[in-house]
Every structure is written in C-alpha cells, then in structure tokens.
Design a protein around this ligand. Structure first.
Ligand SMILES: NC(=O)c1ccc[n+]([C@@H]2O[C@H](COP(=O)([O-])OP(=O)(O)OC[C@H]3O[C@@H](n4cnc5c(N)ncnc54)[C@H](O)[C@@H]3O)[C@@H](O)[C@H]2O)c1
Length: 355
C-alpha cells in the first residue's frame, strides 16, 4: 500500500462515509423532479438506466433516448419493470435533427449517451467519433433550436486528464488525453461549454471517475476493469490485476446520480465543469482484495499490462472534487464496501441477464 505521505498535494484525502445520516441536499430532490419532463440519453446503459429509474420513481415524465449500441452497457434488462413509466426511443443522437420534437418541452436533459471503451476507440476511432462527438453536437443543435431553456447535464470523464501530473486532480489540471476516446470527450465537453457561453444555455458537465453499481457491464472490461472483476469474483475465477499499485477512486452509482440531479437543479452550478470523486483512493490491488473478501470467492493474479493497454494507461488518478461539494453540497454517501456488497448482491440474482 502507498503511504499517504507519498501522495503529492493530497491534503484533502476524503473520509469514507461514516454511515451517520445527516441531511443531504439530494434528500429533497424528489419533489423538485416530480412532474418534470426529463430526457435521458444513453438511458438503456448503466448510469443512464439507474438515473431513469430513479426519476420515474420520483414522478418525472421520463423519455430515454438510446441507440442500443453493441459493446456498450445498453441492456434491455436495465429498464425491466418500467415499461409503463419510461418511454424508450431508439435513436442515435447523430440523427436527432430528424426528431427535434422529442426535445421540445423537456425541462431537463441528462446527456449520458456515449461509447466508453478506451481500447475500442483505438481500434475503431471513427465509430467513437460518431458517438462521442457528432452525436453530442447534433443533440446540442436540436436543443438550441427546440429546447433552449432545458437544463442539460453532460457526462464527461476523468479520462480527459490523461496521465495526471499530480493527484488529487483538480478541474484546472491540463487536458492531455492518452487515447481517442479521451480526445473525443474533450471535444464533446468543449461543445457543451460553448453552447452555454455563446447561446446562454444552462449546461453543466460532470467529469466522472470509475463508476460502479447494479446494471453495469460485467461481461468484459469495456466499461471498466471492475466489471469483469465483479463477474470473476462471482464465478470464483481469477481476477487479473495489471500492475496493482495504481491509485483509483470509485463512485457508487447512487452517488453519481445525486451529483447529476444536484447539478441540474443548482443555479450556481450552471455553466460549470465539476469533477465527481467518491470513495477515498486506494490501490487496484487493495480494491481486488476487498472485493474478494466481500464476495467470499475469487483469487488474484498479478499480471503485466498487455502492451495495447499499457500504451494508454493513465497511472494514478483520484479526483479533487471540492468544487462540486462546495457549490452543490454534494458528497458521496455510499462507502466502498457497502457499494461493492450491493453490487454483488444485485448480480448474484441476475448475472445471466448480463453475460
Ligand atoms: N461508467 C463509468 O465508469 C464512466 C466513467 C466516466 C464517464 N462515464 C460517462 O458516462 C456516460 C454513461 O456511461 P455508462 O457507464 O452508463 O455507459 P454505458 O455504455 O452503460 O451506456 C452508454 C449508453 O449510450 C448509448 N449510446 C452510445 N452512443 C449513442 C448514440 N450515438 N446515440 C444514442 N445512444 C448512444 C449506448 O447504447 C449505451 O446504452 C458515458 O458518456 C461515459 O463516457 C462513465
């Protein structure tokens, strides 16, 4: 384990949630969203489906737009049981100029559509360009024309920082992406900022770190390494840890949803870009050990990075998310062990829907 003193500038190491229930600004959000018209792009995928379900439970009128891309987290099981409460529209964001009426009257648009695989972006860069750049520009244009007053929250990523110069990483860290996906996310985030600046639209971007929880992709490591680790732990197989001493922070999906909903409703957040962190940082090896202990199954195999992954590895990353905390009052509420326990529990019951 790395000593805390080795972590440059890491004066604000986050405390793990103590479990005490103090009022949280997200507690009162359900009444803010009741009756609102909300569109979730990428809503068949991991984070988007969890968000769509929460909003439907809160009484929002929810439309999901998703092209159901192969090799993403898109999965019909994610919205099972919500057919009567969530309208699903199969549409590629690229083509949204053809159905701009979908965007009219929306109060909030959570823009989570995208391809997330870094390695796929290196072998098929043009598909990544289409999904992660063209699609978002088309969405912004549709909103500018038909929904200029809608509040938009865009799912950006910590990948755009590339290999951090120092951790924790603040929003002012240089953007130096190490892969095609990261470059495309920089462009998409920049379009969102531009549409706020030039067209006065209410837009917030959230730079997410590794997010995990029920409904994530566990079939392979396309979404995050943790997906395949969870599956291997459940199956009692070997978890391959490449390297092992890289530091990471993780966000449980419910905490990410709090961040999205607070970003949409907080006036002072409009036009801003925020990091979203989560659990206190730990090494990948420590994470694998905790996962195996909780699962009561699996084992660790330390391996060298495969060369194609090594080339785009970012080393250590963990976020400085003081800005988000200060402006919206957000803080993560689900401790890593609880989050992993809940995630394993979910997949124990329905792994077959995901593999
Ligand atoms: N999961 C993470 O750890 C993580 C970390 C950082 C950022 N993000 C960002 O959060 C967003 C959601 O991630 P996720 O993990 O839920 O991914 P996911 O793969 O589970 O979901 C993405 C969804 O977007 C859809 N989609 C892709 N391209 C589309 C297009 N052109 N038009 C319409 N739909 C399209 C896919 O079909 C899929 O259902 C992504 O934009 C991703 O970059 C996720």
């Amino acid at each position: 384990m790395k000593e805390q003193g080795e972590l440059q500038g890491n004066e604000h190491i986050r405390e793990e949630n103590s479990g005490e229930s103090e009022p949280h600004p997200a507690d009162s959000l359900s009444s803010d969203f009741r009756g609102l018209k909300v569109l979730v792009t990428g809503g068949m995928g991991f984070i988007g489906s969890n968000l769509a379900r929460r909003l439907a439970d809160w009484g929002s009128e929810v439309v999901v737009v998703d092209s159901i891309e192969p090799n993403t987290g898109a999965n019909p099981a994610n919205l099972r049981g919500f057919d009567d409460r969530i309208k699903i529209c199969k549409l590629n964001l690229r083509d949204c100029s053809e159905t701009t009426e979908l965007f009219e009257c929306q109060d909030v648009i959570f823009n989570l559509a995208g391809r997330v695989s870094h390695i796929d972006s290196m072998t098929d860069p043009l598909s990544d360009l289409s999904a992660n750049v063209h699609g978002h520009l088309a969405l912004l244009e549709a909103c500018r024309r038909r929904a200029p007053k809608a509040r938009i929250v865009f799912a950006s990523t910590r990948q755009i920082y590339g290999k951090p110069n120092t951790c924790p990483v603040g929003e002012d860290h240089p953007l130096q992406p190490v892969d095609i996906n990261g470059i495309h996310k920089v462009a998409a985030e920049a379009y969102h900022s531009l549409y706020h600046r030039i067209h006065g639209m209410q837009i917030v971007s959230l730079r997410l770190t590794n997010t995990y929880g029920p409904r994530m992709r566990v079939k392979d490591a396309r979404q995050t390494f943790l997906g395949i680790w969870l599956r291997r732990a459940l199956d009692g197989d070997a978890i391959e840890v490449w390297g092992g001493d890289q530091m990471r922070d993780l966000t449980y999906v419910d905490d990410a949803l709090d961040a999205f909903c607070l970003a949409a409703t907080c006036p002072a957040a409009q036009g801003r870009i925020f990091n979203v962190g989560g659990s206190p940082p730990l090494t990948l090896l420590e994470l694998a050990e905790i996962l195996i202990a909780i699962a009561g199954n699996g084992r660790i195999e330390i391996k060298e990075f495969p060369p194609d992954h090594k080339r785009i590895d970012i080393g250590d990353y963990f976020a400085d998310d003081k800005l988000l905390r200060g402006i919206t009052g957000w803080s993560p509420r689900v401790a890593l062990r609880d989050g992993l326990t809940r995630t394993l529990e979910y997949f124990r019951h329905c792994l077959s829907d995901y593999v």
